[in-house]
Design a protein around this ligand. Structure first.
Ligand SMILES: [Zn+2]
Length: 339
């Protein structure tokens, strides 16, 4: 019987257990009520009186070995049934690269938040636009240079040859659509993509983002316009930012102005960024032209309004000192990751 026990001992040691099924086989074979060891305990009574102490001791040792192997293996098998790996909890965790919003999306969110806080509602419209909304209704007649093929992407409709479509060159058509559908007072911003048929350079891209604003009510004046833009740029570039208007021309506003802000790099003293002038151009604005009101059936005798527009890429590039617009759209994670 001793030789039997030695054999069983070897078997226990070499029995392969890698799954819950094998563990159960191990239990049935050695430990269970019908297992080998229980049988040997019953046979112990047939062993001679002299051998009994030695055999009994060995039998107990083998039983303990089987039980301890069973318990160890049971602890090693996890819920999924596979053997637990040794885990070193002191090792540094694997690093994940987490996605983030594109820099322009961040600028968009920041601008929208500032304008929303002072009562502007966000409006949206199609990027593929009818010529009427993009030009005609905005006091930009058929022979206006802005319609030139050089500047505008035209899209030919296959179903309606008379209706010319364009990739919108500004977000102003959203204002036209809003004015046609709603009665004043109106206080809206329209942020979004616009398209120009431009050669791509470090400062020009065929697509960029605009945010335009429009406020129409009774007795709206240039003073309101200057107030709201001063408020916005102080929030966006810092409390010490000053603004100024320089006379300009747009077909859809009269009078029109270029908006400059005091250079936030040098504080107005003059530096490379502001070309030693102390000022930076940031957008265009003006009082809505009466012709625009007439094209959307708003009485220019009763209502006045202001409009402004700015390019998000330009504002963003100035804010972060980015010199080349193309880098914003090259999907280079090494660049985008910095913001
Ligand atoms: Zn400066």
């Amino acid at each position: 019987m001793l030789s039997d026990l030695n054999e069983i001992e070897q078997e226990i040691n070499s029995f392969p257990v890698n799954s819950p099924e094998e563990l159960e086989n191990f239990r049935l074979k050695f430990i269970s009520r019908n297992g080998l060891l229980t049988g040997l305990f019953e046979e112990l009574k047939n062993v001679s009186r002299e051998e009994k102490p030695v055999v009994g001791k060995k039998l107990n040792e083998v039983k303990k070995l089987a039980e301890s192997k069973f318990n160890t293996l049971k602890a090693q098998l996890d819920d999924t049934g596979s053997k637990k790996e040794d885990i070193d909890l002191t090792l540094p965790a694997a690093s994940y690269s987490i996605g983030r919003e594109h820099l322009i999306s961040q600028t968009l969110a920041e601008m929208v938040k500032i304008f929303r806080e002072i009562g502007f509602k966000v409006t949206d419209g199609p990027e593929l636009e009818e010529e009427f909304y993009n030009f005609d209704a905005l006091n930009t007649p058929a022979h206006h240079p802005a319609r030139d093929m050089q500047d505008t992407f035209y899209v030919q409709s296959t179903t309606d040859k008379d209706k010319k479509h364009v990739l919108r060159t500004h977000t102003s058509p959203v204002q036209i659509r809003t004015m046609l559908q709603n009665k004043p007072p109106l206080r809206i911003i329209s942020p979004g993509k616009v398209f120009r048929n431009e050669t791509v350079t470090y400062k020009n891209y065929f697509m960029f983002h605009q945010l335009e604003g429009l406020y129409i009510d009774k007795n709206v004046s240039m003073r309101d316009l200057k107030g709201v833009l001063a408020y916005f740029f102080k929030k966006f570039y810092g409390e010490n930012t000053k603004i100024r208007f320089i006379p300009s021309f747009f077909p859809f506003t009269e009078p029109s102005g270029q908006v400059d802000i005091s250079c936030f790099i040098c504080g107005g003293k003059g530096c490379k960024t502001c070309k030693e002038t102390g000022w930076l151009e940031v957008g265009g604005c003006g009082m809505v032209d009466p012709n625009v009101f007439r094209s959307v059936n708003i009485d220019p005798e009763e209502y006045t309004g202001y409009a402004f527009g700015m390019g998000m890429e330009r504002l963003t590039m100035m804010k972060y000192g980015i010199k080349d617009i193309r880098i914003l759209y090259q999907n280079d994670v090494r660049f985008l990751d910095q913001f």
